[in-house]
Design a protein around this ligand. Sequence first.
Ligand code: LLP
Length: 414
Amino acid sequence: NGILHVEDVSVVELVEKLGTPLYITSRSKLEANLKAYKDAFPEAGLLYAVKANNNISIMRIIARKGFGADVFSGGELYMAMLAGFKPETILFNGNSKSDDEIRMGVKTGVKFSVDSLDELYTISEIALEEGKDVEMAFRINPEIDPKTHPKIATGLKTSKFGIPWGRVLDAYRIALELPNIVPIGIHCHIGSQITELSPFVEALNRLFDVAVKLEEMGIEVKFLDLGGGLGIDYEGKGAPTPKDFANIILPVFEKRSKELRSKPELWLEPGRSIVGDTTILLTRVNAVKRSYKNFVAVDAGFNLLIRPAMYGAYHRVAVANKMDKPAEDVYTIVGPICESGDILAEDRKLPKVEKGDLIVIFDTGAYGFVMSSQYNGRPRCAEVLVDGSRWYVIRERESYYDLIGRQMIPDFLL
Ligand code: LLP
């Protein structure tokens, strides 16, 4: 009938009840993505990257399918625990952990990916105080170009992340000497939205090169963590699936494992490829203006989806209440924010767009809501989970009170 549905739910009916803007997630799509990873990597440790989408309900679905978690802050650790991830399946990542965050991780009993020697010394001191041993890996900088957007390439020689390639073995030597520190793995993460698989193979080889040396030092390497980064198909041009990824990675893993006395586990930290295509952002047209371009002004902007403004990212769009109408004209979808860069989609062929129409922005489940802000005095929107013909509000829309609720007024202004 020309109306976009998420599973069996009409988005027009949803927004009649809940308003716009609205993030809508499909449970079945999420579960299909989880299954695809489990099927492709039956023996690997799969750690969901919480930073991609930290809604508790979404994470609980992921945790209940047997995934672990990659967390990057105390807040993410807190949310991951609430979602039901088991501490022993959580890896605490991050290049700038505070002493308080480290203590929280040690007390919770998670594993650590350590990014600097300063961090290592602090973990050892705190672990000693708490009477706990901490199992850890170093995040190493493998100096690899992942062929993605420069802002999301994280394993380049110039990157802030990881132990510099030339100092990795020394770092492990120091770890071996420190009290309450148990080195058991090697970690890297080369970037995000990677659609060419060869950089992953290079990175895996780097991990094995280190593992062989660590065995010689007497360390039993229990896991090699290749990080996240598998890209998704934003543009409809195709992207590798978890199965394609496995077909490239696993043979290398098997072959090189033979160089080691005991076979390590392969760990992965997918974020985007788990949640990215499970979710749409639905937004209402406030005005259509024929100007230098045909501007369609909608009620969501970079306050709710920053990827286009920040990375020049492409997201497919459509008119959700006119899915059966042919494209007629070229439109540029802009948000309500007082910045020229608040453009969600440029020069798209769409059916005739009018005030009141609903624009759908696809593939917004990863790095969408989590990167939102209240800029320009805009409360954040609601999130909904659809399950067949049922739907559940999984985050309420914020109110104006949420814009000021934590502010304090000094006496002289009362
Ligand atoms: N592991 C680590 C250590 C990471 O830093 C990341 C992402 C992941 C795993 C998950 O990567 P994924 O599978 O999602 O590619 N905001 C950017 C992406 C930033 C990615 C940061 N690190 C975007 O919207 O494209």
